[in-house]
Design a protein around this ligand. Structure first.
Ligand code: SAH
Length: 350
């Protein structure tokens, strides 16, 4: 297979071009085509000689993501995108329009092997890791077709980013590099189910990105019932890794908590959550669980969710309920990709 040119960092690309006998300023031009002008093909790079473009396309490939479907919400302008990767795997991404700018949610893996009970993305298991280029490609494609600047990036789509650690770290470097889109690290959030050693590694990278930890249960036992990863890492270890991340980066950690009616929305949960969160400089994001067809989890009523939030606030916890976006399109996480997979199965069978 040809080399994946869009996954090279700025300095790596310089070395790569030197190795094939090109001057270093050429690397700068190519990097600019790939990461600023967002070119998908070498023949777009018109300030390079035809000979160089041919040489590049013999040895390298850009591996662009290809748009398969786009849905636009009539309620709030949220867009959902289904992209095909070079090998036929599908990933989905979401564009949300906020007053403070456009935010793109990307996938980090095709499928997922974490097995969380309420999540649609894990149902077919993990297909493969995405390359840095394929994570960037989702953002680049969206910026290109909307012609609007992407201000914030959240890695909260399909996949567990810290289960694809090396590619994820490279992706962050390229995304926030001043020679590329130059997105501020403070505008990037990565969500993890809690792979403890990788959270500690990430703290050492000294990025300024926000860490969001999927908590979902207020005790080790309750968390274990929803998230198989909790069998591997005890809640106390997860929390101390989050503390370590805060210590090393100064970035306040966000805890995510999917509210499931009758499972984790009781007064006891409030007491236990308060004990966990009160001593920490953190933020809690409540997500009324998105119903997934294959699962029978139910979200609490709006009133109960507000009640849950208010009680936590009264005990001094910094808490928000995540605003639901694009509820009229295949809204919930991973559902567009799931629907597509199902349609393919049905077509194959008939
Ligand atoms: N693997 C990462 C990213 C997953 S998606 C992680 O586990 O954090 C981002 C968030 O959405 C996670 O907190 C995840 O647990 C949550 N989520 C997944 N399915 C959901 C659903 N059906 N309803 C509500 N939240 C869900």
């Amino acid at each position: 297979m040809k080399k994946d040119i869009r996954s090279f960092g700025y300095n790596e690309l310089k070395k790569e071009m030197e190795a094939i006998g090109e001057k270093s300023f050429r690397a700068g031009q190519i990097y600019d085509w790939l990461h600023v002008k967002l070119a998908d093909h070498f023949d777009e790079m018109t300030n390079l000689s035809l000979k160089l473009r041919e040489k590049l396309s013999e040895e390298y490939e850009i591996f662009p993501v290809e748009l398969v479907e786009r849905q636009i919400s009539k309620i709030d302008g949220t867009n959902k995108f289904l992209f095909r990767l070079y090998d036929g795997n599908m990933v989905e991404s979401v564009l949300m329009r906020y007053r403070h700018g456009n935010s793109v949610c990307i996938s980090s893996q095709a499928g997922c092997r974490m097995g969380c009970a309420f999540c649609a993305s894990t149902i077919g298991g993990l297909k493969r890791n995405l390359t840095p280029s394929e994570m960037l490609g989702q953002i680049y494609h969206i910026q290109k077709i909307t012609q609007e600047r992407v201000a914030n990036v959240v890695i909260m789509g399909t996949g567990e980013p810290l289960d694809n650690y090396e590619n994820f770290v490279k992706f962050i470097h390229i995304l926030t590099d001043e020679h590329g889109l130059n997105i501020s690290q403070r505008n990037v959030t990565v969500s993890t189910c809690g792979i403890v050693p990788r959270i500690r590694d990430l703290a050492e990278e000294k990025f300024q990105i926000t860490l969001a930890l999927s908590l979902h249960g207020s005790t080790q036992e309750k968390r274990r019932q929803l998230m198989p990863v909790a069998n591997k890492y005890d809640l106390t270890e997860v929390l101390s890794a989050c503390d370590y991340y805060f210590e090393k980066t100064g970035r306040r950690v966000t805890f995510e908590y999917s509210l499931v009616h009758g499972v984790n929305d009781t007064d006891e949960d409030i007491r236990e959550l308060t004990a966990i969160l009160k001593p920490r400089n953190c933020h809690l994001n409540l997500i009324p669980v998105n119903p997934v067809k294959e699962r029978d989890f139910v979200r609490p009523s709006r009133k109960n969710a507000l009640n849950f939030k208010n009680k936590l606030e009264k005990s001094g916890i910094n808490v928000t309920i995540r605003r639901e976006m694009g509820s009229d399109i295949d809204g919930a996480c991973g559902q567009l990709r799931r629907r597509y997979a199902e349609e393919e199965i049905t077509t194959d069978e008939t």
